[in-house]
Ligand binder design. Structure first.
Ligand code: ARG
Length: 462
């Protein structure tokens, strides 16, 4: 609900702000989501003002009492937001004054909305990052759980989307575990720079009151204060950095989505995604569409767009605070919302995947995926790699004409291409032999993938 109110700064103005301008400049419709962080920041500021003798303890008590009521009103949905009061900060301050009188008017001593909003956004984002890190880990756990059952499930690994070499399906899944691990690290790293207190910078230059910024930082759980007042109120690099990390997470999930979509296509038939993540077609009765991964791929564009929006927002701004910065909120909030929903749904969806090992296996048998193994075999018997490559290329061509896999050729047939080939070759040409041979850290041998899964579980438990 909105109502009419006089602007806090209207004393200097000869005419009221135009209705259109009021709507254009107000942010309360979207920044009200910062309300509880705004109150948290105000309470810490007030406590410091009292400790420094700038307001009385009676004022502090009044402010606390008023804020407690406001918090209840906001949580219960009874708080009346006013567009005339522009933003979340002025709405809360006005209500506080209505409730407790002069103490409410004293709250803004030694503070400006410029350092106030920067503080609110940091409190909000710090909290969002903590939640997102947990969601990334939950998705990693879903991947690890699926991988655990498929260390011995063999699929074709691709390069250029052409069959390249056989890999363990679990190994493929664990590649995404690694990406997400770096993503969680990036979030945690961004958190360190988010977690600094701007309050005390006031409008831009600091304040003439004898404040104690470090005390406020400690009360709010910040690791320290922003050390330059101009920088504190004006930069939003911490939000840009977070959004870049978010865009990378979405990009990783977009790649996985593309794979899920391909794998679910009947042409691949490697997996099935549970019905609850798919939709049908209103015209083609046979269809089951992978809507969720498609939307993840689509929403990645949206988050990437938010990153560009924030970078562009910042690039032309002189020091210090400019109203441009009000435009940081919607992209930032939407980034957090989109990423939160995406991670939640993704962990569930991974848990609902049905794997079709037979389809993976037959695809792996179709593209001469063990050709490299034959070449390596010849090299180990003394042939230079380039000659081995050539011999195997001829053997592949021959097998292609026969319409069979390399392992389907008779020993005499294989020996036409190199006399070094003996009957131990069949252990090498099987899919299992190919996997087992790549037995080093980071390789696809099931034994290595099991070790990777064990490391992953240890990391997630820590
Ligand atoms: N709504 C503003 C924002 O989001 C708050 C700070 C406004 N400061 C000012 N002096 N107009 O950035």
């Amino acid at each position: 609900m909105m109502m009419q109110d006089k602007q806090a700064w209207s004393g200097r103005f000869n005419e009221p702000v135009a209705e259109l301008v009021k709507r254009y400049t107000a942010s309360v419709e979207f920044d009200q989501r910062l309300a509880l962080f705004d109150i948290q920041g105000s309470l810490a500021h007030a406590q410091m003002l009292e400790a420094c003798g700038i307001i009385t303890s009676q004022d502090l008590n009044d402010i606390r009492r008023g804020m407690a009521q406001i918090e209840n009103e906001i949580i219960s949905g009874d708080f009346v937001w006013s567009l005339d009061l522009e933003d979340v900060h002025l709405n809360i301050e006005k209500r506080l004054t209505a409730l407790v009188g002069d103490a409410g008017k004293r709250l803004h001593t030694g503070r400006s909305r410029n350092d106030q909003v920067a503080t609110d956004v940091r409190l909000y984002l710090r909290n969002a990052i903590d939640e997102l890190i947990e969601l990334v880990k939950a998705l990693q756990m879903a991947l690890v759980n699926l991988a655990t059952h498929h260390t011995h499930t063999i699929m074709p690994g691709f390069t250029h989307l052409q069959v390249a070499q056989p890999v363990s399906f679990a190994h493929h899944l664990m590649a995404y575990f690694e990406m997400l691990k770096r993503d969680a690290e990036r979030l945690a790293d961004a958190h360190r720079r988010v977690n600094r207190l701007p309050l005390g910078a006031a409008a831009l230059a600091g304040t003439s009151y004898p404040i104690k910024r470090e005390m406020v930082a400690e009360l709010l759980g910040f690791d320290g204060v922003c050390e330059n007042s101009l920088d504190a109120v004006s930069d939003r690099d911490f939000a840009i950095e977070f959004t870049a990390a978010a865009a990378l997470i979405m990009t990783h999930l977009s790649r996985l989505s593309e794979e899920l979509i391909l794998w679910m296509s009947p042409r691949f038939g490697f997996i099935d995604i549970a019905d609850r993540f798919c939709t049908g077609s209103s015209i083609m009765p046979q269809k089951k569409n992978p809507d969720v991964p498609e939307l993840v791929r689509g929403k990645t564009g949206r988050v990437n767009g938010h990153l560009v929006a924030l970078l562009t927002l910042m690039k032309g701004q002189p020091l210090a605070y400019n109203k441009d910065n009000q435009e940081d909120k919607e992209p930032l909030f939407d980034t957090v919302d989109t990423l939160t929903q995406t991670l939640r749904i993704y962990a569930d969806m991974i848990g609902g995947i049905t794997v079709k090992p037979e389809a993976m296996r037959s695809a792996a048998l179709q593209g001469y995926a063990t050709a490299t193994d034959l070449a390596d075999y010849l090299v180990k018997k003394g042939l230079p790699f380039r000659d081995a490559h050539e011999a195997v290329a001829l053997a592949v061509r021959f097998a292609e004409q026969r319409g069979c896999d390399l392992s389907g050729l008779k020993l005499e047939e294989l020996q036409q291409f190199s006399s070094l080939i003996a009957d131990d070759i069949y252990g090498v040409l099987t899919l299992e032999g190919s996997l087992a041979a790549r037995n080093h850290t980071g390789g696809t041998a099931p034994q290595q993938v099991e070790a990777a899964i064990a490391r992953a579980r240890h990391y997630l438990a820590g």
